[in-house]
Design a protein around this ligand. Structure first.
Ligand code: BGC
Length: 749
């Protein structure tokens, strides 16, 4: 194997981690403002502000505090008046934020506005599907739209800055925060990261309906040992660059305004003191021009990590590593002034951080309009606007993944005579919102039961078994459930996790249905009435029994305010399901981690050979693979064509395929393209997603879909972690999931 040594490395390095279908426009990449003269003006303004600040006021700009309730505490008010707070989180509402902003801009010496941050993860008041569910849509435009609407609502309510998108790649469903991200794949994750940044920030952050985005948690937070939140990460730089960093790079290329460090350490270095990550990679290699914020008390936690002897030490290390803002530790505020005075921290380091935070505020237009046009009237008119709900319904439909549908049990006829709706999540308003609810309210939610009730025909008898427990041991509702299931033609069983079983600090050691729900499922199934299993959950669940016994399984994740409408749209066939899994679903927790883009190993699993990489007691395949998802119709792939049998390292290959809807209903297929580098100087994954397209097709309709395989997509990090393209054969797979599909091959010379 001959290694290329002449590839344009810088270009490749940049391209390697950037998704081909999410180009960053040049004005979005610019640090502060698009044009030169305003940028210079902003720089001057920031510099002059900086020159007026006392040391305490400077460090105050780096101090980010959380508000408990709808206003600041008297102590916080005092700090704001003294110019010792740079931003607040968890204060929302146009009224409340205006009131508190006034303290800063009317009563502090230099009148520097506060920046108000909040976790707008999947909607502000209009709750969209959780990010993992949105990722199941494989629809970057839709994902961008929901971020845009979330920004519009949050901004109207006085929020300037969201702690989203969470772009952590996660291969371990025990980790509850898998719910907040886009799943296991770096490419899909990168495309959606960029889409969300564009959605939140728009083209100009000065526009009042935008918010500054935060790509978090930098980095490799999803690789926590054992799926235990906050836990240790010990991975190679290669894994970091191949798997965990690409979505961050994509967010940076899309112009993301801030980055949040992660709680974990990587190979012994907590991210909040990881100078290599923050300075060498983020700012040096990627040219990130925004500011870096710590996670909640992650500065003070450096003591618990055992890398700082005191909080002051922690603050110094974090600032010197490149963390500009200290969330909630108060170390920058209370410890650092003395350290700077004593010359233990250089003033230049401090000034650089202050500058970055001020530039972030300038970029948001806060220096000109500290309220950014947020008013109670605008807030009222914006929150939960009908168009927002409409969008929530549309993406929720797309987020639903049909995992199994034996004998076409689905779609159901709206004229079904008797339908039983059973299970603790069938009519659970608040739970349907999922984790990170922001200002979402249970009362806004249309539950599965409500959606179904609205959709069935007047002649349908709808039976509903009262709520059972999600996690408890109570089985008293079982009798009722079984009785109703017996009377029904079909039983829709809505089970899964409570909203707080995923998200932060919500790791699980098992991946089954919590509580007695598995027994409920088996009891209902035993009636012989066909069961449609609807799952609501924030992580893949290992439901091997269900996959073997239940006719239809619908993965709904948490779909947000329009849960019930979207579910009914799909269950009754008004819309065919089109979602695809953004993460592999394991058969059991013992298979974890299991992901499609694994290495081949020297002994790939083989049934015929014991001494290969597998289990004695379980198949090596997942229960449902990455990319899987059924529709109510079928799609046929044919006519795979490659524009050349052989290309140079500088050329782009065109790959086309014809996809035909072979059924009688309309449907949308997510066409996926994977590559495999057959022989390289380091081991490469068996497949890597490199392109995808949602293709709507009427009955019998066929379309030819074309993908461009660019040099960047052929590149990888070579033996010394330099980006290279090596000559040799590549395989290309095109299909409707990460398994099977049409296969072709080409040579790179
Ligand atoms: C979480 C972050 C979040 C922050 C502020 C932390 O505990 O890890 O994701 O943005 O709190 O709420």
């Amino acid at each position: 194997m001959i290694r290329s040594h002449t590839a344009p490395l810088a270009l490749l390095a940049a391209a390697l981690v950037a998704p081909a279908c999410a180009p960053a426009s040049s004005h979005q990449r610019a640090g502060v403002t698009p044009r030169r003269s305003p940028a210079v003006a902003v720089d001057r303004r920031v510099d002059s502000l900086l020159s007026l600040m006392t040391l305490e006021e400077k460090l105050g700009q780096l101090n980010l505090l959380s508000v408990d309730g709808d206003t600041v505490s008297p102590e916080q008010g005092e700090l704001i008046r003294k110019g010792l707070v740079g931003g607040l989180l968890n204060l929302t509402g146009a009224d409340a934020t205006r009131r508190v902003q006034r303290l800063a801009v009317e009563q502090s010496r230099l009148k520097v506005p506060l920046i108000f941050g909040y976790d707008v993860i999947h909607g502000y008041r209009t709750t969209f599907p959780i990010p993992l569910a949105e990722a199941s849509s494989w629809d970057p435009e839709a994902v961008e739209s929901t971020a845009r609407v979330a920004a519009r609502e949050a901004a109207a309510a006085g929020v300037h800055w969201t702690y989203a998108p969470m772009v952590d790649v996660a291969r371990d469903p025990r980790w509850g925060r898998i719910a907040e991200g886009s799943g296991e794949d770096p490419f899909l994750g990168a495309v959606l990261a960029a889409a969300r940044v564009r959605g939140f920030q728009g083209v100009d952050l000065k526009a009042p309906e935008t918010v500054l985005a935060t790509a978090k948690h930098f980095a490799a937070y999803g690789a926590a040992e054992g799926g235990r939140d906050y836990n240790t990460v010990d991975i190679s730089e290669r894994a970091l660059r191949d798997v965990y960093l690409p979505p961050f790079k994509a967010a940076v290329d899309a112009g993301v305004g801030s980055i949040m460090t992660s709680f974990n350490d990587i190979a012994g270095v907590p991210s909040t003191v990881n100078r290599w990550l923050l300075e060498t990679v983020l700012r040096g290699e990627w040219g990130f021009a925004g500011f870096v914020v710590s996670d909640w008390t992650s500065v003070a936690e450096l003591q618990a990590h055992g890398v700082a002897a005191s909080r002051a030490d922690a603050g110094r290390l974090a600032l010197e590593a490149g963390v500009d803002m200290d969330m909630q530790s108060r170390s920058y505020l209370e410890d650092l002034p003395a350290l700077v005075r004593r010359g233990l921290i250089s003033e230049a380091v401090m000034n650089t951080a202050v500058r970055r935070v001020l530039l972030g505020k300038a970029r948001l237009g806060l220096l000109d309009d500290p309220y950014r046009g947020a008013t109670p009237e605008r807030e009222r008119a914006t929150l939960l606007a009908p168009a927002h709900r409409q969008l929530a319904r549309q993406i929720a439909r797309e987020a639903i993944v049909l995992l199994k549908n034996d004998r076409n049990l689905l779609p159901l006829s709206p004229a079904v005579k008797t339908l039983a709706v059973i299970g603790p999540l069938a009519d659970a308003k608040r739970e349907s919102l999922g984790p990170w609810q922001a200002q979402g309210r249970g009362e806004d939610v249309v539950t599965a039961l409500e959606g179904i009730r609205q959709r069935v025909s007047p002649g349908t008898t709808l039976l509903y078994a009262k709520r059972a427990d999600i996690a408890g041991a109570d089985t008293t509702a079982f009798g009722d459930a079984v009785r109703l299931a017996r009377q029904a033609e079909v039983a829709v069983l809505v089970v899964g996790e409570a909203a707080d079983m995923s998200g932060e600090a919500a790791s699980r050691s098992t991946l089954g249905l919590p509580g007695v729900q598995q027994r409920l499922l088996e009891a209902v199934h035993a009636t012989g009435t066909p069961v449609v299993l609807v799952l609501m959950n924030g992580r893949p669940l290992a439901l091997e029994w269900a996959a073997g016994h239940v006719a239809a399984i619908v993965e709904a994740w948490f779909l947000g305010v329009e849960s019930g409408h979207a579910l009914a749209d799909v269950l009754f066939g008004d819309v065919a399901p089109s979602g695809k899994l953004p993460v592999s679903v394991p058969r059991s927790v013992g298979q974890v981690p299991i992901y499609y883009n694994h290495k081949n190993t020297g002994r790939p699993p083989s049934a015929a050979d014991k001494y290969t990489s597998k289990y004695l007691d379980a198949p090596w395949t997942p229960l449902f693979p990455f990319g899987h998802g059924l529709s109510y119709t079928t799609f046929d792939y044919g006519d795979l064509r490659l524009s050349a049998a052989s290309i140079t390292r500088a050329e782009t290959l065109k790959v086309s395929v014809t996809v035909r809807n072979t059924g009688a209903r309309a449907g949308t297929e997510v066409v996926q393209l994977y590559l495999r580098d057959d022989v390289a100087s380091v081991t490469r994954p068996v497949r890597e997603l490199k392109g995808f397209r949602r293709v709507p097709l009427g009955p019998g309709e066929a379309r030819t879909v074309e993908f461009a395989v660019t040099p960047a997509q052929l590149a990888f990090y070579g033996p010394s972690l330099e980006p290279i393209i090596e000559p040799g054969t590549f395989r290309v797979f095109v299909g409707g999931s990460s398994v099977g599909g049409l296969e072709g091959s080409f040579e790179v010379r």
